[in-house]
Design a protein around this ligand. Sequence first.
Ligand code: ATP
Ligand code: MG
Length: 211
Amino acid sequence: MQTKNAIGIMGGTFDPIHVGHLVIAETVRESLGLAEILFIPSNNPPHKDNLKITDASRRFEMVKLAVEDNPYFRASDIEISREGVTYTIDTLALLAGEYRNDRKYVYIIGADTVWDLVNWYKFDEVFGMCGFAAVQRQGYDLSRLKKRIGILERKYSADITYVEAPSVDISSTEIRARIESGKSIKYMVPDKVVKYIYENKLYLSKIEKLG
Ligand code: ATP
Ligand code: MG
């Protein structure tokens, strides 16, 4: 795929956004010559068991704070402004309409998402609408990752470019756990986001929140 000047998409729950997301976005942008990267937080699913996910407006605020000093990064509310479950295929269709041209899209994903792609709604159609840039993630063997990419390319005509990026062993799950147990998250999350988390008392256990 011709990636020069394509638009990058970083989709995720971003609960919260952390330096792992930012490092892979910047590395892929530079490596593939992308014009800009849209950070698109996912909507809150309407299921009861997903009540644990932080409100979309707060996740979006944190994304905005995290990307505001990078001229190539932009926070997009294209998913959280829609009702209910939002699918990537609809987001891509909306973006194509918004830009009213033949801009190409490169969806940036970590290794765990490479395995999850086949669970995406109408994933084979999604493969026809955008290319993917996949990066390593802790716990995922590089040769297995490349093999998996090869399978998706042959079986579904997916277009997935492996991009070498610094390995950052951080997850939002770990950040939430650290906050709940009173540990520091400094340097794992941008300073402004750290401040927002503390000011809004995010990720504390219910007991602490009441107290
Ligand atoms: P959680 O632990 O809540 O699942 P997360 O850290 O995995 O959070 P997500 O919002 O689920 O973050 O991830 C969005 C995208 O960023 C996914 O494609 C994921 O693979 C990728 N990603 C997140 N963290 C990293 C990381 N440290 N290295 C590489 N890719 C990452
Ligand atoms: Mg995840």
